[in-house]
Design a protein around this ligand. Structure first.
Ligand SMILES: Cc1ncc(COP(=O)(O)O)c(C=O)c1O
Length: 367
């Protein structure tokens, strides 16, 4: 068995597909066409079909994807966007980059996703959108959030950066809101060999506007109809993503199998993640909770098991946002989660031996 065990392992994902990826990369290098070519178009079509979206536009990264969705929907200065207090900073950064104001809401402590009742209470006459984050790979409570948004005529921009392919009542996340944003950061469930992202939607006019804003506001080359951005997925990353998309369903199944093995062995010893009835978690991260988080991480590290904390500080307590978006005590569930969570190693190439070793090591400490 190979030790140490990393928390995530993008190198193993590449090694698994080395011949295919190398050949795809060389094909692009030899083509002489590096942006907005056949690889990006093919990837957009393939990923759209896979995610059950009508339109997908490749962009530079997941943060750009969120910002682009907001800009295309003209949600900017003066608009409020409701968003969970426990997420990657990128979610909040994107709202501010678009000029809008993030309004943080506490999370459901069992699922780590936005609490829909608290989201309802945060709506004001300036609210223009709800941005649920399908954190760790578990769908947010779309059965409450979608009708809530509809009743108040709000856009729903799904942050699917950690949840490629997760299902809510049988339907893939990203396909039910107004727009969806994906990240292809190398460790994500669908990861590039560098930065990458995508936005998707079902509405043709919105898709067209997203394409325009993504590239300098151009409808025709060199003429900016709108104030735009420059955010593009490149041909090399698209070619790599096409190879990885072909095995994504199998990789997700493996993630789910490892998670099931962890949960079966660890439930009752630590707080294991919950999968809500009707939801299909894709386990981008396997997050447990422990009141002795830091000593547990130290112990695992001594046994060559790498862990991570996603994330150690909720948004409102981060130096850049503290006092502006909230203060200590404002979002107690997010604050508590941040002090107790640990992400265990989980990647599709992890062997059963390695999974068992993590379990045995954890249980040995408990004994
Ligand atoms: C929940 C969430 N939203 C947005 C992002 C931003 O994605 P990127 O790093 O590709 O900009 C990430 C990834 O870091 C994320 O995990």
């Amino acid at each position: 068995m190979q030790l140490p065990i990393p928390q995530a392992n993008p190198k193993a994902a590449y090694a698994n597909l080395r011949a295919e990826i190398d050949s795809a990369v060389h094909h692009v290098l030899d083509s002489g066409w590096y942006l907005q070519g056949e690889q990006v178009s093919a990837f957009e079509a393939e990923f759209a079909a896979w995610t059950h979206l009508k339109h997908v536009i490749g962009v530079g990264n997941g943060t750009d994807a969120l910002e682009l969705a907001l800009r295309a929907l003209r949600i900017g200065v003066g608009a409020e966007v409701i968003v969970p207090a426990h997420t990657a900073t990128a979610t909040i950064a994107a709202i501010e980059l678009a000029g809008a104001t993030p309004v943080l809401v506490d999370i459901d402590p069992a699922l780590y996703t936005i609490d829909p009742e608290k989201a309802a209470r945060a709506i004001t006459n300036r609210t223009r959108a709800i941005m649920p984050v399908h954190l760790y790979g578990h769908p947010a409570a779309l059965d409450s959030l979608l009708p809530l948004a509809q009743a108040h005529q709000l856009a729903v921009i799904e942050d699917c950066a950690q949840a490629h392919g997760a299902r809510f009542q049988g339907t893939r996340v990203g396909s039910m809101g107004t727009a969806a944003a994906f990240s292809f950061y190398p460790t994500k469930n669908l990861g590039a060999l560098g930065d990458g992202g995508a936005v998707g939607c079902q509405d043709s006019a919105l898709a067209e506007q997203m394409r325009v804003v993504a590239q300098y506001g151009w409808r025709q080359r060199y003429i900016s109809d709108d104030v735009g951005m420059n955010t593009r997925l490149d041909e090399l990353q698209a070619a790599v993503l096409r190879c990885k998309l072909r095995v994504l369903d199998a990789a997700t199944e493996r993630r789910r199998a490892i998670a099931a093995r962890y949960t079966q062995a660890l439930a009752g010893h630590v707080v294991t993640p919950r999968e809500q009835l009707g939801c299909e978690h894709v386990y981008h991260l396997y997050v447990i909770r422990s009141a002795q988080r830091d000593s547990l991480r130290h112990y695992l590290n001594e046994h060559q098991i790498a862990t991570a904390v996603h994330y150690p500080l909720p948004i409102h307590l981060q130096p850049a946002y503290r006092g502006r978006l909230g203060d200590l005590g404002d979002f107690p569930q997010a604050e508590r989660a941040c002090s107790e969570i640990i992400s265990l190693p989980l990647y599709p190439e992890m062997t059963d031996d390695q999974v068992d070793y993590v379990i045995e090591t954890l249980l040995a400490r408990d004994a």
